[in-house]
Design a protein around this ligand. Structure first.
Ligand SMILES: Cc1cc2nc3c(=O)[nH]c(=O)nc-3n(C[C@H](O)[C@H](O)[C@H](O)COP(=O)(O)OP(=O)(O)OC[C@H]3O[C@@H](n4cnc5c(N)ncnc54)[C@H](O)[C@@H]3O)c2cc1C
Length: 385
């Protein structure tokens, strides 16, 4: 057999899986990527947010594990992921929203996160003086949260994998699972080439549902278009400003390399699509609310030509799907991170490799099992993002 494992997709998840399989198991791994180069999927579109403030213990555990790995990432891979713990600040205007955040803090404590905390409006003003706060009643903050560089994490795992002998093939077109009976035997390329492997990993991001379907496996992962507005250089807001999230409508913003990045998860013409054209009219929905919450933004100019859209990879309960597909032996799923895939990639790649190699897992990953949808055991996500 040519390879122990073939991985379909060389995004941050596929590269993390490849690295961990090679590092922990010395396996012969090949990664097959449709695109001609690294970072052309969702990873290259991500804004680099990192947070531990989630509403379920399993997502908090994934973040804490990923954070540990980010702290040692440079030693491990040679690349600085630029993890900067500037914090995430969630702000609310109603008691009901505050209650949701309190419940999230309880889930965070259950998973061992002690640094997240409730903050008063006064503290919100100190943490981010740019916010309009008259209609706020409070919020939460966690200083472990902050920012990373998605392309650095991708590059780190890519380069470290190559040093360990992982073979990458770019521009192969859409690879499919080579299935024989109830077993995955490897991958099939559009040119007819067969790549034999003991197991196949679906790391195709927003396209994972398509890859699974072609293999006769039901995987509930769908694309969801998300847009980012970027300003021309705007010095009025500091680079260290926490990611600030308005729980009322999901509007959030950060500063990266002197530009403000604005996100608003609503009001698109066409959300459930593989298209990534930027819908300009979305700015009309975004900007009035943005100006109200952050009045100084009225002085910033949107750089429309550099705004972009990309795809989240949504699962029905907005949690990752991790494990062997129940319908197909040797076909492993690491999908559906639902817009959190960069920050969780260090943990998900390690967990999949440990599971595959039979190495003890650092925590229970039952909530991520692929069979949960069939038995109605979905995770209860109350998170705004
Ligand atoms: C606007 C935006 C902002 C985001 N911000 C954040 C953030 O702040 N923090 C965060 O953690 N996440 C964020 N995300 C989500 C994050 O980008 C994804 O969760 C993550 O990149 C998923 O990684 P991946 O490797 O699964 O997918 P991808 O990076 O998309 O990689 C999948 C790869 O599979 C390839 N592929 C697909 N089908 C096939 C096939 N049949 N054969 C071979 N190759 C195939 C694709 O070409 C692609 O390169 C954001 C996403 C968007 C769109």
């Amino acid at each position: 057999m040519a390879y122990d494992v073939a991985i379909l997709g060389a995004g941050v998840i596929g590269c993390s899986v490849a690295y961990h399989l090679a590092a922990l198991g010395r396996l012969r791994v090949c990664v097959l990527e449709r695109a001609p180069q690294l970072g052309m999927g969702s990873t290259g579109k991500a804004t680099g947010g990192f947070r531990c403030q989630y509403s379920t213990p399993i997502n908090v555990r994934l973040s804490l594990r990923a954070r540990e790995k980010l702290l040692h990432f440079q030693e491990e891979t040679g690349v600085d992921p630029e993890y900067r713990p500037c914090g995430y600040l969630f702000v609310v205007s109603t008691e009901a929203q505050m209650q949701t955040l309190r419940e999230a803090i309880a889930a965070q404590r259950a998973a061992g996160l002690t640094e997240s905390r409730e903050v008063s409006v006064e503290e919100i003003r100190e943490l981010n003086p740019a916010l309009y706060t008259d209609d706020l009643i409070g919020g939460t903050f966690c200083l472990l949260d902050g920012f990373t560089r998605p392309m650095k994490i991708l590059q780190g795992y890519f380069e470290a994998s190559q040093r360990l002998g992982v073979e990458f093939r770019f521009g192969v077109g859409a690879a499919q699972v080579w299935r024989e009976g109830d077993r995955a035997r490897g991958a099939l390329l559009p040119n007819g080439e067969r790549i034999e492997a003991g197991a196949v990993v679906n790391a195709a991001g927003a396209w994972a549902g398509v890859v699974a379907q072609q293999a006769g496996v039901k995987l509930p992962v769908q694309p969801l278009k998300r847009q980012v507005a970027v300003t021309f250089p705007f010095p009025d807001l500091p680079e260290t400003m926490p990611m600030s999230v308005d729980v009322n409508d999901g509007f959030h913003l950060r500063v990266r390399d002197g530009h403000v990045l604005l996100l608003y998860p609503h009001a698109l013409r066409n959300e459930h699509t593989f298209e990534t054209d930027f819908e300009r009219e979305w700015l009309d929905a975004l900007l009035p609310g943005a100006y109200q919450r952050v009045p100084c933004l009225r002085n910033a100019r949107i750089d429309v030509a550099n705004c972009w859209a990309g795809l989240y990879e949504m699962s029905p309960d907005k949690h990752a799907i991790l494990g062997e597909a129940p319908e197909l032996c040797g076909f492993y799923l690491v999908n559906g991170s639902s817009g959190h895939g960069v920050m969780h990639a260090p943990a998900l790649g390690e967990l999949l490799a440990r599971m595959f190699l039979g190495i003890e897992l650092p925590f229970d990953i039952t909530p991520l099992r692929p069979t949960r949808f069939a038995v109605g055991a979905l995770n209860r996500d109350t998170g705004v993002l």
